[in-house]
Design a protein around this ligand. Structure first.
Ligand SMILES: Cc1ncc(COP(=O)(O)O)c(C=O)c1O
Length: 385
C-alpha cells in the first residue's frame, strides 16, 4: 500500500543523505570531540561544521550556537536557565496560551517554585494579543517566551512588532523564541526581533530525532541545567551527539537551500487539498489563519459533525497519516489547548484534523488524499447521526 505521510509537524522523514552521513560518522568519525588526538579532532571538525551551518541559517555567530537533545531541551534550557539565573532581578515570565508543552510545563514548574507567569491569550487565528502582552510587561518581567510558528495551526507571530516592544519596556527582559516549527520554513530575523534566545529541532527539518540547538545571543547569561565536563561552552555538559549533530548540520544546509522551492510546493499542496475538498462539496473550515498567511507546512481543518479520530483511522487504513493535534497529545485525547484558546467550541475541536506537509510530498499524493477524505466523509455522514 502507498504511504502518504502528512504529519510533518510531528516529525519528518530524514533525508537519505542525512542517514548515510550519520552512518558514516558512526562508522569512522567516532572520536570524542574533546579528545586531544587526531580522532578527536576529526569529530570536533564535524561538530564545528554543523555549528557553522546552523549559524549561517540563523544569521548569528558560530559560538552562539549550543547543541542540545532537541527542541524540548532547548526550551527548558532557555526558560529555566534564564529564570534561575535572573531571579534576583525579577520573578515574572510571560508566555502565551498556545505554546508547546515543553514551554507551558516549564512555566508551570517555575510557578510551583514561586515565579509568576502570565499566559497571554490569542485571537481566533492564534495571533497573540499584543496589547495584552504590552499590559503584562513590568519591571519584574525577566523573560518572554513565544513560539515563532504554532505547531497546530501554523500562526506566524509578528515578532518584529513584539520584540522591540519588550525591549522598549525593559532592555534587560530576555526574549526567547521557540523556532522548532519555523526553521527553514519562515525567515529568521533575530536582530530585527531583538531576540536573545532561539530554539531549534533537527527532526522537524528531515534531520535525526534527539538533536536540537539553542541560539544564545552573546553575553546572555543562563544557568546550566546539566553539570559535568563543561562541553558546549560550559552550558551543556555531556559528550556531543556527533552523528546526530552531523545529520542536523546537513539537514539544515539542505532544507535552507530548498526553502523557497519547498514553500512554493507546500503552499500549493495546502490550497489543492482545501480546494479539492470544497469542490467535491465537503463541508470544511480552516482553523487558524487563512492558508496563505499561515506557515507553509500546516493546515488544520474542521469537518463539522465528523469525529477526527474516526476519520483519522479511516485514512490510516488507506496508508494516509495525519493527526488530530500535536503528537504529544494524540495518545492522550484531550481537547487541543491551542484550538480552545482560539475560541473554537468542543464539538468543532473534536472534528479537527491537522495536515502537515514537507517538500517530500507531491501533488499526486494530495489528489489521492482528497479522494480518500471525500469517500470517508461521505460514508461517515451516512452512518453517523
Ligand atoms: C513548537 C514546538 N516546540 C518544541 C517542540 C519540541 O521539539 P523536540 O521534539 O525536538 O523536543 C516541538 C515539537 O513538536 C514543537 O512543535
Amino acid at each position: 500500500m502507498q504511504e502518504i505521510y502528512l504529519d510533518n509537524s510531528a516529525t519528518t522523514r530524514p533525508y537519505d543523505e542525512v542517514i548515510e552521513l550519520m552512518a558514516r560518522v558512526m562508522r569512522t568519525g567516532y572520536g570524542n570531540p574533546s579528545s586531544n588526538h587526531a580522532k578527536g579532532m576529526e569529530a570536533e571538525k564535524i561538530v564545528r561544521e554543523a555549528r557553522e551551518a546552523l549559524a549561517r541559517a540563523l544569521g548569528c555567530r558560530v559560538e552562539e550556537i549550543m547543541f542540545t537533545s532537541g527542541g524540548t531541551e532547548s526550551n527548558n534550557q532557555a526558560i529555566k536557565g534564564a529564570a534561575y539565573r535572573h531571579r534576583r532581578r525579577g520573578n515574572h515570565i510571560i508566555t502565551s496560551a498556545i505554546e508547546h508543552p515543553s514551554v507551558l510545563n516549564c512555566c508551570r514548574r517555575l510557578e510551583e517554585e514561586g515565579f509568576k507567569v502570565t499566559y497571554v491569550p490569542v485571537d481566533s487565528e492564534g495571533y497573540i494579543l499584543v496589547e495584552e502582552l504590552a499590559r503584562a510587561l513590568s519591571a519584574q518581567t525577566i523573560l518572554v517566551s513565544l513560539a515563532h510558528v504554532n505547531n497546530e495551526i501554523g500562526t506566524i507571530q509578528p515578532l518584529d512588532q513584539i520584540g522591540p516592544m519588550i525591549k522598549k519596556n525593559n532592555p534587560q527582559t530576555l526574549f526567547h523564541v521557540d523556532g522548532a516549527q519555523a526553521l527553514a520554513k519562515v525567515p529568521v530575523e533575530l536582530d530585527r526581533w531583538q531576540a536573545d534566545l532561539y530554539s531549534c529541532s533537527a527532526h522537524k527539518i528531515h534531520g535525526p530525532k534527539g538533536v536540537g540547538a539553542l541560539w544564545i545571543k552573546a553575553n546572555t547569561m543562563l544557568q546550566p541545567l546539566l553539570e559535568g565536563g563543561g562541553q558546549e561552552g560550559g552550558l551543556r555538559s555531556g559528550t556531543e551527539n556527533v552523528p546526530g549533530i552531523a545529520g542536523f548540520g546537513l539537514a539544515v544546509r539542505r532544507s535552507v537551500k530548498l526553502m523557497q522551492a519547498n514553500n512554493d510546493l507546500m503552499y500549493g499542496l495546502k490550497e489543492r487539498l482545501l480546494q479539492g475538498l470544497q469542490k467535491a462539496g465537503v463541508t470544511v473550515s480552516v482553523n487558524g489563519p487563512p492558508p496563505r498567511r499561515s506557515a507553509p507546512h500546516l493546515l488544520n481543518l474542521c469537518f463539522p459533525g465528523i469525529k477526527a479520530d474516526i476519520l483519522l483511522r479511516a485514512l490510516e487504513q488507506e496508508g494516509i497519516y495525519a493527526s488530530a493535534g500535536s503528537a504529544c497529545h494524540s495518545r492522550h485525547p484531550q481537547p487541543s489547548h491551542v484550538l480552545q484558546a482560539t475560541g473554537l467550541d468542543e464539538d468543532m475541536i473534536a472534528a479537527s484534523l491537522r495536515f502537515s506537509f514537507s517538500g517530500l510530498n507531491s501533488v499526486a499524493e494530495i489528489d489521492t488524499v482528497v479522494k480518500q477524505i471525500v469517500k470517508s466523509v461521505t460514508e461517515l455522514r451516512q452512518i453517523l447521526p
